[in-house]
Design a protein around this ligand. Structure first.
Ligand SMILES: Cc1cc2nc3c(=O)[nH]c(=O)nc-3n(C[C@H](O)[C@H](O)[C@H](O)COP(=O)(O)O)c2cc1C
Length: 308
């Protein structure tokens, strides 16, 4: 989950028995190397590094190079042309997972037999496509052959995990829920406010659209847009994309628009998915992993009993 997700969260998740991921979008190669080393010092369990592969993602090739040099247990690739990075990771002996947003992309990636395919539905926080999680996952599971599939988007507790495991998935990917942890961030000077807004959210109040990327001045691949919590910024600009482009262009300094708006809870981009509705409080990542697994297990026992 971008550079706000560092070694603290990745190591806490891995130490609790899941697979933690260090975000790299927004990092420099030197900073990523440091994060990987700190993560290694904090956990002896496997963890992953995410690389966003689209054209406008800064340093993507170098970030992957650092992950390979540091011999990370796994990389997760997403967005844009992932194929060169997939083949490079493979050749270097690094386990590779790829996150996709369409069945067309799933087919292309599956032909390369990644170690894990992640199908990400529209409900997800951050950047996502337009397919709803459930039918997309069912379709991908139907064509995956021997490749394990993980499901992302809208999963934030044991019910979601049990649901996708019962469908035949190998795992669930959880992002938004882990944003409301002490280990995520810090999110500049609005850390407490952004996390409190996630706790407040009932899940009905996220929006998905191009305005987030117009504001941050990054061009994402076609069909991909950002999902954030609704606030005054989204209310003011949704549907006024061209006017927003002009307003951003009037602030030519790099990230001028976002650096100003990130100072204010009413205008900050609080990246989050519909699973924000499942967040009860800010709490340690390990508690979330343990409770999610425990609840999924008991639900799956009920399902198993129904079938015997
Ligand atoms: C704050 C935030 C930042 C994210 N940044 C990235 C990213 O840099 N790279 C990526 O592949 N996915 C990113 N994602 C998407 C996650 O990989 C994942 O698909 C998503 O969080 C799963 O859905 P959920 O948010 O409903 O749990 C981000 C998600 C969030 C919430």
């Amino acid at each position: 989950m971008s550079s706000d997700c560092g070694w603290r969260l990745a190591a806490a998740v891995s130490n609790a028995g899941a697979l933690g991921t260090i975000g790299s979008l927004g990092r420099t190669p030197a900073n990523l190397r440091d994060e990987i080393r700190q993560c290694r010092a904090a956990t002896d369990r496997p963890f992953a590094v995410n690389i966003a592969c689209f054209q406008w993602a800064g340093f993507a090739g170098e970030l992957l190079g650092v992950a390979i040099e540091e011999d990370v247990p796994a990389v997760t690739l997403s967005f844009g042309d992932v194929m060169p990075a997939l083949r490079r990771s493979r050749a270097a002996g690094v386990r590779v997972t790829v996150q996709v947003q369409t069945i067309a992309a799933a087919r292309v990636v599956l032909a390369e037999r990644p170690d894990l395919l992640i199908v990400q539905g529209h409900e997800a926080g951050g950047h996502t496509g337009t397919r709803g999680t459930l039918s997309f996952a069912a379709q991908a599971l139907g064509i995956a052959g021997g490749t394990p599939v993980a499901v992302a988007g809208g999963i934030g507790n044991g019910r979601g995990l049990a649901g996708v495991l019962a469908m035949g998935a190998a795992a669930a990917v959880i992002g938004t829920r882990f944003k409301a942890t002490p280990e995520f961030g810090p999110l500049s000077n609005l850390d407490a406010e952004q996390k409190a807004a996630l706790v407040e959210s009932d899940g009905d109040d996220t929006v998905h659209g191009a305005i987030t990327d117009i504001a941050i001045g990054m061009t994402w691949p076609p069909g991909i847009a950002g999902r954030v919590l609704r606030n005054r910024f989204t209310t003011d600009w949704l549907g006024r994309e061209n006017e927003l482009r002009q307003a951003v262009a009037a602030r030519p300094e790099p990230y001028g628009w976002t650096s100003q708006h990130n100072q204010d809870q009413d205008t900050v981009l609080n990246w989050a998915g519909e699973s924000a509705g499942l967040i009860d409080r800010v709490r340690p990542a390990a508690e979330i992993v343990e409770e999610t697994v425990r609840d999924a297990e008991s639900l799956l026992r009920v399902v198993a009993d129904l079938t015997t």
